[in-house]
Ligand binder design. Structure first.
Ligand code: AGP
Length: 627
């Protein structure tokens, strides 16, 4: 598969978005293809779904419902015809409640235009007022319906592309859309600005999707739309054009269906599968990039800036959520190993404040999906200010990967669970490689580099040993499930691990959890400790171990219940903590890759003990492509 191993390629191969769009033209049953496509996007999170299909004789059927795709299938059971063209959508509500009337597709009040949309139309209120003043009657509260009504306003029979371009010129905001006209069965127009769209091509098959994982097995090639580009699909093939309706040529890439359709492989949830994939995925991240005999790494994706690596006086790392926690580990890694000042910035903050960066700054942008709106905006802000940008991304060909220009893919494979686990450890692995590369230019000797790499190469086997404790961690879950508050504490390299453990717990189990530097407890949080309150303390045996033990004693004195993550062989900690899980010894800079695993498992098992679905937590989406 022609997947660019590094960022040299200028083409893109995948996106991820908060909702899901699928479009299909071909000789298979469109209804089946569309629903299967939506199922591939389910893990992103949604609250309603729908589709619109044309029968061979040009009759349009529209079916939509709030709730899950299973509810949509039940509702569509009566549609037993053969449908050759259609569009479908899973909605993650932004404007308007998660109801059937607000679900997509939306149809214009004159019945001619059917449309699905990802993104946010920022000027939809004004547009709606203008259309209502012209007598248009709206059914829903959504910004999307405004778009459907606007296309209908400009529509002339047979000229759907022109109507869509005219409508989009009046729109401010982000969109990924698929549009059909009821008098043009067999034609789909797609357009992108800010919400990714991929076009799939097969033998007599033309598809559109917000992510390549929704493309059917018939697809063998694909290309991505750039912002402000459109595509028109029909039985004759496809045409791509600009908003000015000027033809555009696109580079087409190979696509292999099976690689994208990673399933649960027998695990009950993607989250557990992905936690157990980590020994392999961290190995996949460093494989082919380490030179053990030289104590060096080769990062082809950074080739474009290799000769300037010495020039950067400081590094800024920007990201969101779990990727931000990986960034924080990266700060400790790079400062410890390479002695270069690093600042970590929440992308959502960075993009709106006045950061002091310039040509002397290297900005690392971390994103699993490569589509997070805040992170993409921070990347663009950094480039505009003259900084050099490099991406650390999982989804090959995503927007952040493409716009970074250079960087490294973490090769963790599709991460389907909303809760990020294997991406975190692969991001940290990638940051360790970058830290080693920078360190070997200054502070680190060849032999030090060799021993660092040896430690890195032993991590997968050590991680397997941590995973062997899964059943012991599962046994603890029942005790937690009744809790409403939990604290996670760590020092140094393990402060970010405490933050990540807390995020995992709260985002999948809905138990409030807070990560804190262990020493910070006495400045406030210790007031929270009450009898039986669970406090997870990451306490491996490194420099500040004794101080962490003191923190544990402070908690025990207030009858908190301490769950400790300790170094294998440390039995003395059992005098202080109520429950102890051990991880194998490793050099401290790499220890977050091991200490995080019990926290991932704990969050997962508590969630399952509460009868919740860890793969699709409420209110969350896999990739937050809106502000
Ligand atoms: C992590 O478990 C969450 N799913 C969320 O915090 C996520 O890490 C964040 O939205 C960033 O996503 P990205 O890495 O795809 O940019």
């Amino acid at each position: 598969m022609a997947v660019p191993l590094i960022f040299r390629s200028s083409v893109m191969v995948c996106g991820a978005s908060m909702c899901g769009i699928v479009g299909y033209i071909g000789d298979k049953n469109a209804r089946t293809i569309l629903v299967e496509g939506l199922k591939s996007l389910e893990y992103r999170g949604y609250d309603s779904a729908g589709f619109a299909v044309f029968s061979a004789d040009g009759r349009l059927e529209l079916c939509k419902t709030e709730g899950k795709i299973s509810a949509l299938e039940k509702k569509a059971a009566g549609l037993t015809g053969h449908y050759t063209c259609g569009i479908a959508h899973t909605r993650w509500a932004t404007h308007g409640a998660a109801t059937e009337v607000n679900a997509h597709p939306h149809i214009s009040s004159d019945g001619r235009i059917v449309l699905v949309h990802n993104g946010i139309i920022e000027n939809y209120v004004n547009l709606r007022r203008l259309l209502e003043a012209e007598g248009v009657v709206f059914r829903s509260e959504t910004d999307t319906e405004v778009l459907a009504q606007l296309v209908a306003k400009f529509y002339e029979p047979g000229r759907l592309v022109e109507a869509v371009t005219s409508a989009l010129k009046s729109v401010q905001g982000t969109y990924g859309i698929a549009v059909m006209a009821t008098d043009m069965p067999g034609t789909i127009v797609g357009a992108r600005n800010g919400s990714p769209l991929v076009v799939g091509i097969g033998e007599g098959t033309w598809c559109l999707a917000s992510d390549k994982s929704a493309l059917p097995a018939e697809v063998s090639k694909l290309f991505y739309l750039e912002d402000t580009e459109l595509v028109c699909l029909d039985d004759d093939g496809y045409r791509t054009m600009s908003l000015e309706n000027v033809e555009i040529r696109k580079e087409v890439l190979e696509f292999q269906y099976e690689i994208e359709h990673a399933d649960k492989n027998g695990y009950p949830h993607y989250m557990l599968k992905e936690i157990f994939e980590q020994p392999r995925t961290i190995a996949d991240c460093f494989r082919g990039r380490i030179l053990p005999e030289q104590g060096m790494v080769k990062l082809g994706g950074l080739a474009a800036i290799e000769d300037r690596l010495r020039d950067f006086s400081r590094i800024v790392i920007t990201a969101c959520g779990t990727s931000w926690h990986a960034a924080l580990v990266g700060e400790y890694l790079i400062e410890e190993l390479a002695g270069i000042p690093v600042e970590v910035e929440y992308a959502s903050e960075f993009r709106y404040r006045n950061p002091v960066i310039g040509p002397e700054t290297l900005v690392l942008v971390i994103s699993q999906s490569g589509e997070t709106a805040d992170t993409l905006a921070a990347l663009r802000e950094a480039k505009m200010r003259g900084a050099t940008v490099a991406g650390i991304v999982n989804v090959t060909g995503s927007t952040i990967a493409r716009e970074s220009g250079c960087g490294i893919y973490i090769h963790a494979g599709p991460e389907k669970s909303v809760a990020s686990t294997k991406a975190f450890t692969s991001q940290v692995t990638a940051l360790a490689l970058i830290a080693l590369r920078l360190a070997r230019m200054s502070k680190m000797s060849g032999s030090q580099g060799m021993s660092f790499i040896q430690e890195l190469m032993r991590l997968p086997e050590k991680m397997e040993r941590v995973l062997e404790q899964a059943s012991a961690i599962r046994a603890l879950a029942d005790e937690f499930k009744g809790q409403s508050n939990c604290l996670y504490l760590g020092r140094g390299f393990h402060f970010p691990v405490a933050l990540e453990g807390a995020l995992k717990l709260k985002e999948v189990s809905y138990i409030h959890a807070e990560g804190y530097p262990a020493a910070e407890m006495k400045h406030g949080p210790i007031a929270l400790i009450e009898k039986g309150m669970p406090v997870v303390v990451v306490a491996p045996r490194y420099g500040v171990y004794e101080k962490v033990i003191s923190n544990i004693e402070e908690i025990r004195a207030r009858k908190g219940r301490v769950i400790a993550i300790a170094t294998e062989g440390d039995e003395s900690i059992r005098r202080h903590a109520d429950v102890v899980f051990h991880v194998p010894d490793v050099i401290e800079p790499l220890s977050p890759l091991l200490t995080v695993v019990p926290l991932q498992l704990l969050a997962y098992y508590i969630t399952v003990a509460k009868g919740l679905d860890p793969d699709m937590p409420r209110n969350l989406a896999k990739s937050v492509t809106v502000e």
